[in-house]
Design a protein around this ligand. Structure first.
Ligand SMILES: Nc1nc2c(ncn2[C@@H]2O[C@H](COP(=O)(O)OP(=O)(O)O)[C@@H](O)[C@H]2O)c(=O)[nH]1
Ligand SMILES: [Mg+2]
Length: 395
């Protein structure tokens, strides 16, 4: 799962990325990966089922701290995007290339209104941030249009004459964009373009690309710099109809740093923190912490951790499930307890999980066993949040 952090320059993308990928003191004691300067790992959280087992777990692909399972999400800090990037403006094409693999985007905007369209600093409140919200989706759909447009009439002809599946040909054309055939079919339905593709006009294709962007690369807006944003800007952003979460990347980063240095105890996502020992801090540190504490209380948290969880659990609509080899002890072949946490789309079946673990396991699927009820279930059995499941397959 890869989430791209996107937006124009100077809105706080890198601050956001640093905060999300900064391991807390607890996490840092586990081996984890920083992939490179702008690719790193953040986490989403769920309650670990080990509590109901009565033994500790021994995770493999995720972490467990105090009963909370941390499931890694790859994050990409993308170079700043300016309007008309799809036609090569700014770092346009490099930027778009970076986004190919992303499954979703966090669009960071400067809710304080202190940066213009190009990302230059301007007086606080002088730029309306709601003007920034739309352009990014347009860039992405124009970019998809640019890729399909060139060969579209050929694809349409091929599918008609050779009887090849249209969505298969389209998907091949979009190879590497992390777009599935099912998403292409839904985009055709949603944009009302499900008739013979050789009859599509340019605007039909663009409509299709818009729908495909929304379905395959969903977006959530981080109304960043919320710590200094005028309230009316939040209202303007809300009025765009996009999912909006007020965030302060700056505060989140400061809090994670302070926690790492042992000055405070702070759980990302929380609306409070504890100062370890006030006598160890100087007056300006204390004042900075008090300002943040006051703001956090009103805002309910910095929004940085919660926006990642919102996009994963609510917008991508994923659930965490745990495949095991032994449905009574919840272990794998090597005896590791609840080794792997998988993110699966809500509504996935037992067989989908088998395929996710390994193609062979999917191909040879016989049945599954629910680790809690010990009931046997069939391939179509729909998985629930936090399920522990054994897959039985032909050897
Ligand atoms: N007040 C405030 N400033 C922020 C926040 N996030 C980032 N900044 C500041 O905005 C400027 C640009 O941040 P940066 O992360 O480099 O933006 P990028 O160009 O989008 O990657 C820096 O001066 C940051 O300190 C925030 O949440 N609140
Ligand atoms: Mg940056």
């Amino acid at each position: 799962m890869l989430v791209g952090i996107v937006g124009k320059p100077n809105v706080g993308k890198s601050t956001f990325f640093s905060a999300l990928t900064m391991a807390s003191a607890d996490i840092a004691s586990y081996p984890f990966t920083t992939i490179d300067a702008n690719r790193g790992v953040g986490y989403v959280r769920g309650p670990c089922p080990h509590a109901s087992l009565g033994t500790e777990c021994t995770p493999n692909n995720s972490l467990c701290i105090g009963g909370t399972r941390f499931v890694p999400i790859e994050l990409l800090d993308v170079a700043g995007l300016v309007p008309d990037a799809h036609s090569g403006k700014g770092l346009g094409n490099k930027f778009l290339d970076d986004l190919r693999q992303a499954h979703a985007f966090i669009h960071v905007v400067d809710a304080s209104g202190g940066t213009d369209f190009e990302g230059n600093p301007v007086g606080l409140g002088s730029h309306d941030p709601s003007m920034d919200v739309n352009f990014l989706e347009q860039e992405i759909s124009h970019w998809i249009f640019g890729i399909l447009g060139k060969d579209f009439s050929k694809i349409a002809r091929q599918s008609k004459l050779a009887g090849k599946k249209f969505e298969r040909l389209m998907q091949e054309k979009l190879t590497g964009l992390a777009i599935t055939e099912a998403q292409i079919l839904s985009a055709m339905r949603e944009s009302g373009n499900d008739q013979d593709a050789s009859l599509w006009r340019d605007e039909d294709l663009l409509g299709f690309c818009r729908a495909l962007q929304k379905i395959s690369k969903p977006m959530i807006v981080a109304a960043n710099k919320a710590d200094i944003a005028p309230p009316e800007n939040m209202d303007k952003l809300e009025a765009t109809g996009y999912p909006i979460v007020p965030t302060s990347a700056e505060y989140e980063l400061a809090l994670r740093r302070a926690a790492k240095a042992g000055l405070i105890s702070y759980t990302p996502g929380s609306d409070r923190f504890e100062v370890a020992d006030r006598s160890k801090l100087n007056a300006s540190q204390l004042q900075a912490l008090d300002t943040m504490a006051e703001w956090l209380k009103g805002a309910g948290g910095t929004g940085v951790q919660s926006i990642l969880e919102k996009i994963v659990f609510e917008i991508l609509n994923l659930i965490i499930v745990y495949p095991v080899e032994d449905e009574t002890k919840w272990v794998d072949k090597k005896g590791k307890v609840l080794p792997d946490a998988y993110l699966m789309p809500r509504g996935s079946s037992a067989k989908d999980l088998a395929f996710k673990v390994h193609t062979d396991l999917g191909d040879n699927f016989i049945r599954a066993i629910d680790g809690r009820t010990h009931m046997t279930v069939g391939q179509d059995h729909v998985l629930k949040e936090n399920d522990v499941v054994k897959i039985v397959a032909r050897a």
